[in-house]
Design a protein around this ligand. Sequence first.
Ligand SMILES: [Fe+2]
Length: 362
Amino acid sequence: MDNILLKEKEKKNKKLLKINKELQEKIKEVQTMNLILQRLDQVTTSKELFTALVNLSGEVTGCDEAHFCIYNREIRDITVIDSFFKDKNNKQLCTGNTETNIIDKVTDDGIPILMRENGGNGSIMAIPLKIRSRVFGALFSRTRNGGRYFTDKDLYFINFLTEKASFLIENLALYESIYENLFSTLYAFVETIEAKDPYTKQHSARVTSYAASIAKAIGCSQEEIDVLYVSGNLHDIGKIGIPDSILLKPGPLTDDEYEVIKKHPSIGSNIIGHFSMWSDEQKIIKHHHERWDGNGYPDRLKAEEIPFLSRILSVADVYDALTSDRSYRKRIHDDIAIKIIRENAGTQFDDRIVDVFLNLFG
Ligand SMILES: [Fe+2]
């Protein structure tokens, strides 16, 4: 009787152990998928997505290398967009004959390939990336030596990853092309305004370049520099709402006319405000004529109340205006323009920004 009971107990224990093991595996699976989703969720540009794709592939499968490639079947040419290497000192291209044949097959059939190579010492996994069931590229990964092979589970995870990534690539590509189109359309308006007055040609482009140099020197992030690029190029877009008779007037302006000119930052900010992705840019454009001492326009903001990038833009804007010909006066010599900027530090401009400006241009 005791023997029978003992055997039953052992059987139950074994079953429990098996269930426990399965549960652990399931938990790991969910964690991996969660990691993939979380990581992809943080991506905001296609470039970041390509990097996340190859890095996740390396992290999830433990492979030695992973490449995201675009393949041109007509000329049998692989373009590697981004790569992951476990050993940073051993970076190898995946554009040889073996790779070309595998990627050719994967992109043709649209079905993943999992195989051993290197006399059974390593393995290869290649997965097609599709948008609306059309293959546009492949994720190629490899384990080199040491008896580590890709498993069905790896294939399952990487399939999950490439499916989500393909969907994101399509969305980002659409978004980026809309974004680019929108920016070029709005910039075309700026060029139209600048073309009306031969003296202001390329003013916005130059202001953006001065502002970007200051921003880099002061340690702004790439994100801030991107914001500055849009707001710098579009800072005077509001001039589209100012009558030509005032905008192009050769002589000095009357007080009333000056009041009209002063509306251009608000008009510009209203135009940009229609596009929700440019909320930072909108603020910067609105306040590019504020002064450090609070005597600027439109909101008479003071010191730190003025957005930091508007303060940079303001120095760049005035410097370019001084050093280029205007309809009502000749250009001022660089040395004198720099002197004017220096003299207005702490009143018109943020003196910290003027310091950086003087280091660069003074
Ligand atoms: Fe302006």
